[in-house]
Design a binder for this molecule. Structure first.
Ligand code: HPA
Length: 270
């Protein structure tokens, strides 16, 4: 199976080589959606071919609203991946969303972003849909269940096997960024039914749906959302950046164990 892996914050900590000494190759895929080719790092793990894209670029410099999501999904599709696992850093809003240092496998999201290229069917470049094996006529892709159930349950099983705290479902709010939210915005997101908040699940998941690729997200909860950190004995709340310093590496370790367990189980779903 060819598995696309898109890494977010902390992707630099994702070392495909690990200790296994597997052979890593870099390939460049030219798409119709970017001048430069997309660089994909590929390696073999437990009989699967993993094709990895660091979402924010090789130096983690591309902000969430400037990521070329279309080029990434197109490149993975052109490279022959059959499903995509996205790694996303999120802030926790509700108890169901999970505490910092745990993982959440959302089943829904709400897209609050704007101005991002969010579709292959934009009326202008639709001839390029053929490169992706898609119809060149306008399609309204269903997004009732935007995150693939079989892939989600395989990831959940992997997290359980790896002994990692994981929330099995939840709704992810996708904010424009790059600034973090106000406490009032987080209160509104909770009223909207959101459990965690990030900046990158959309339009990535919708583009994967348009490309016909099963897609699921493992979200690492790296902080309590704005205004939600516990108050310490001196009446202080940790800032979000202090929390990120504490939790990003821990979450990446959980993600690595989970992806290893997922590969090792070789469940047939993956
Ligand atoms: N808000 C939005 N995006 C995020 C957060 C957050 O609190 N943490 C990690 N990504």
């Amino acid at each position: 199976m060819h598995i696309g892996l898109i890494g977010g914050t902390g992707a630099g900590l994702f070392s495909p080589l690990g200790d296994s000494g597997c052979v890593v190759e870099q390939v460049q895929i030219q798409t119709a959606f970017a001048i430069d080719p997309v660089v994909i790092t590929e390696w073999q793990a437990y009989g699967h071919r993993v094709l990895f894209i660091p979402r924010h670029g090789p130096n983690a410099q591309t902000p969430p609203h400037k990521v070329n999501y279309r080029a990434h999904i197109a490149a993975l599709k052109q490279a022959g991946v059959e499903q995509i696992i996205a790694l996303n850093a999120v802030g926790g809003i509700t108890a169901a969303g999970g505490a910092p240092g745990t993982l959440t496998i959302p089943d829904q999201y709400i897209d609050y972003t704007y101005g991002r290229e969010h579709t292959f069917y934009d009326g202008q470049q639709m001839q390029h849909c053929a490169d992706l094996g898609l119809s060149e006529s306008l399609q309204h892709v269903e997004c009732n269940r935007p995150l693939d159930a079989a892939l989600r349950s395989a990831l959940l099983q992997a997290a359980v096997t790896a002994g990692i705290g994981v929330s099995a479902a939840g709704t992810c709010a996708v904010m424009q960024g790059p600034r973090l939210e106000t406490a009032a915005e987080i209160n509104k997101l909770e009223r909207d039914g959101c459990d965690v908040v990030g900046m990158t699940l959309a339009p990535e998941a919708g583009l994967a749906a348009e490309a016909g690729l099963p897609y699921a997200c493992i979200a690492g909860v790296v902080n309590c959302a704005a205004g939600r950190a516990p108050i310490d004995g001196e009446g202080q709340q940790q800032s979000i950046h202090e929390q990120l310093d504490e939790w990003v590496a821990a979450c990446m370790t959980c993600l690595l164990y989970t992806s290893d367990a997922a590969d090792e189980e070789d469940s047939g779903d993956l």
